[in-house]
Design a protein around this ligand. Structure first.
Ligand code: A2H
Length: 253
């Protein structure tokens, strides 16, 4: 287990109007779903955003008059990290469930897909990151398995009020070449191991182990300004670019 704080890149995914009913209280203020990631260099390949339908979220106002959506737990942490007008105080504007924010249209930084949607993932943990997870199915076995579940299971889409156009047009985007795994590493490894669904815990753990280390040390970017460079060399400059454009922040917990 990790000791000491984990540092994440907080990806700001901008909500498009009209906002869901529960967010009408925010008026015209810009709304962002904020996702914690360890892999800012994969943001080109975002196909959707994950929220857990039965989990609680809040919307709160930052010191820059933006509305951010994440778990109350993460918002409390952020209040001690420069995102709050009053140190330690969360300016909550709405209580939400994951279900309330499903099917939202978002524009996500660097993503090849100009508009992506919030979709349901059942395995999101309450006590990690922001409870909002950006989805990169090319390089994350969890994301690939969950997106494939939704694509294959019409009743699951229907249950959560997700339309076909929010899911079916979105395929994994090749962004990183890993020797031996090709340019859709998560897809390759999930298929090799026979991962059945997002709940296939043991196989997914195995898949993640296979993809991650090799991706970091041997992966090469196939897209963007760092095309041809190693993932380990591209990660920091891509994070820096996101920070300087105010499309991302640093979040620690
Ligand atoms: B990563 P760590 Cl391409 N519940 O981002 C479940 N998973 C969560 C989460 C939560 N509450 N909060 C964040 N995550 C995911 C990209 C990515 C990620 C890729 C490859 C691997 C990967 C796109 N999804 O993570 O336990 C987020 O997914 C490998 C573990 O703090 C975040 O980074 O190490 C990562 O897990 C943080 O997990």
């Amino acid at each position: 287990e990790n000791v000491g704080p984990q540092e994440y890149t907080l990806i700001k995914m901008k909500a498009q109007q009209p906002y869901p009913k529960k967010l009408s209280v925010v008026g015209k203020k810009p709304v962002y779903l904020v996702a914690a990631t360890l892999r800012p260099e994969t943001m080109y390949g975002q196909t959707n955003c994950w929220v857990r339908p039965d989990m609680s979220y809040i919307a709160f106002e930052t010191n820059k008059e933006e509305i951010w959506v994440c778990t109350a737990r993460a918002a409390r942490n952020m209040a001690y990290q420069e995102y709050s007008a009053k140190f330690g105080v969360v300016k909550k504007v709405a209580d939400l469930t994951g279900q309330d924010i499903l099917g939202m249209a978002l524009s996500a930084p660097l993503a090849v897909n100009k508009i992506i949607y919030t979709l349901p993932m059942m395995t999101i943990k309450e006590d990690k990151g922001t409870g909002i997870v950006t989805s990169v199915p090319s390089d994350s076995p969890d994301d690939f398995a969950a997106l494939r579940d939704l694509k294959n299971k019409q009743p699951m889409r229907e249950k959560f009020g997700i339309t076909d156009t929010m899911v079916l047009p979105f395929d994994p985007v090749p962004i990183i070449e890993i020797p031996g795994f090709g340019d859709l590493a998560a897809v390759t490894v999930c298929e090799q191991l026979g991962v059945k669904s997002q709940n296939d815990k043991d196989k997914l753990a195995d898949a993640k182990q296979q993809v991650y280390l090799k991706g970091f040390y041997e992966g090469v970017m196939t897209i963007g300004p760092y095309k041809g460079q190693k993932v380990q060399d591209a990660k920091k400059p891509i994070q820096k670019e996101l920070l300087s454009k105010n499309e991302a922040c640093i979040y620690k917990e």
